[in-house]
Design a protein around this ligand. Structure first.
Ligand code: PLP
Length: 409
């Protein structure tokens, strides 16, 4: 629907949002009315170069044709039903995902948070079923992010952040260790630890990739202590880091992996994949989700994953991601340009990232800011080097303006 179809002015529409909606987001002052490929368009037809990607969701581009066709086809047949009959989109997607990433079983969910909640529950139930009632503790990483419900929030190692403040007490059974510090993780293991859970690249925590030694070391630590390795690939999954799943690029295999975002090509869907043995912890009545495995979302996910795999978008992510990092590292005040594939962070030696984000917005380029000194780029995986050049130009101008402001203050 376009603004003109509502009979409202832009001001009136924004007033409705500000009056009726509970706001936890800092609103940008434009209406996102249409989207196509690498661009979002506002109510006046201005194009915004999208390095936000709907927060790493629109990996095969905004409104990918194949995803749209799959949605239309599915809507003609069935949109939603209960999870008792067999449905075609669920079946085809389950086989496609498991075969592609070498997993045996899948459970569908609706969001990254919910998938992580499912992963935590599955690990705990497996621990309790196999080792006794106290074997439910999970070690996660400091500065990680796993979601907003009580399990996922408790797993999020940010006790001093707004994510947890005011919501205590957290769920018991979580301890936090330093990311990329194998000894710290090893030191937190107790006889009740059932799992270690991390993101292969900490996204919300400032774009910090796990080192290969760390992630492979965690795998060994888990094997040696009869523990499960849980990977949160909500943000890193489906091509983002230069491999179909990030774990495939690290040459490790998790016991359970969660996924969401890129999976649905813009439709809400998430999942957890695991082995037959671990999946057997879930039996009738132990877990469920009314919308989990929604027919239209599954059809969209099948199209999105097919597009990412057949067009090898993960290879473009790798190539363009390297180019992006090398161009960012040439900008003034950049301390480090880091990341894997097209999950890229740009850290400055002064706290200017919010200014830079707004400067880019003024120049119609969308990027995200983390804390006060890191900008994060998570564009569609279809992005080109020419579009990176446009981004870098906007960032250079925005950095220069932000630095001038700091000096003038
Ligand atoms: N886990 C990670 C690594 C994420 O990046 C996010 C969201 O950004 C989540 C979990 C939560 O996902 P959702 O917002 O879909 O619930």
């Amino acid at each position: 629907m376009l603004l003109r179809d509502t009979g409202l002015t832009a001001k009136e529409l924004k007033e409705i949002v500000n009056t009726y909606m509970i706001e936890t987001y800092e609103r940008y002052d434009f209406i996102a009315e249409r989207a196509e490929g690498m661009y979002l368009y506002d109510e006046n037809g201005n194009a915004y170069l999208d390095f936000y990607g709907g927060v790493a969701v629109n990996s095969c581009g905004n409104r990918n044709e194949r995803v749209i066709e799959a949605i239309k086809d599915q809507v003609d047949d069935i949109m939603h039903t209960f999870n008792y009959p067999y449905t075609i989109p669920q079946a085809l997607l389950a086989k496609k995902i498991c075969d592609t990433i070498g997993m045996e079983k899948i459970f569908y969910q609706n969001s990254g948070t919910e998938a992580n909640e499912c992963m935590i529950k599955m690990a705990r139930k497996y621990g309790v079923d196999n080792y006794g009632p106290d074997r439910y503790e999970i070690i996660t990483a400091k500065h990680g992010f796993h979601g907003r419900t009580y399990g996922a929030m408790s797993a999020t190692g940010q006790p001093d952040n707004a994510i947890q403040q005011g919501f205590k007490p957290m769920l018991p059974g979580f301890t936090y260790a330093e990311f990329n510090n194998l000894e710290d993780f090893a030191s937190k293991i107790t006889k009740n630890t059932i799992a270690i859970m991390i993101e292969p690249v900490q996204g919300e925590g400032g774009v910090i990739p796990a080192t290969e030694d760390f992630i492979q070391g965690l795998r060994k630590l888990c094997d040696d202590n009869d523990m499960l390795l849980l990977l949160d690939e909500v943000q890193t999954g489906w091509g983002r880091t230069g491999a179909p799943m990030a774990f495939m690029g690290y040459d490790v295999k998790p016991d359970i992996v969660s996924m969401a975002k890129a999976m649905g090509g813009g439709m809400p869907i998430a999942a957890v994949c695991t082995t037959k043995k671990i999946a057997s912890a879930f039996t009738a009545g132990t877990h469920g989700s009314t919308y989990g495995g929604h027919c239209v979302s599954c059809a969209a996910a099948y199209a999105s994953i097919s597009e990412i795999m057949e067009k090898k978008l993960y290879e473009n992510a790798k190539e363009v991601g390297e180019y992006l990092k090398s161009e960012l590292s040439k900008l003034p005040h950049v301390k480090e340009a880091r990341g894997r594939g097209l999950l890229v962070g740009c850290e400055y030696d002064i706290p200017i990232c919010v200014e830079v984000k707004h400067g880019c917005l003024d120049r119609h380029v969308l990027i995200t800011a983390i804390g006060d000194s890191v900008n994060r780029m998570i564009p569609p995986l279809t992005v080109t080097c020419e579009q990176v050049d446009e981004l870098v130009k906007a960032m250079r101008e925005s950095i220069e303006a932000a630095v001038a402001k700091v000096h003038a203050a």
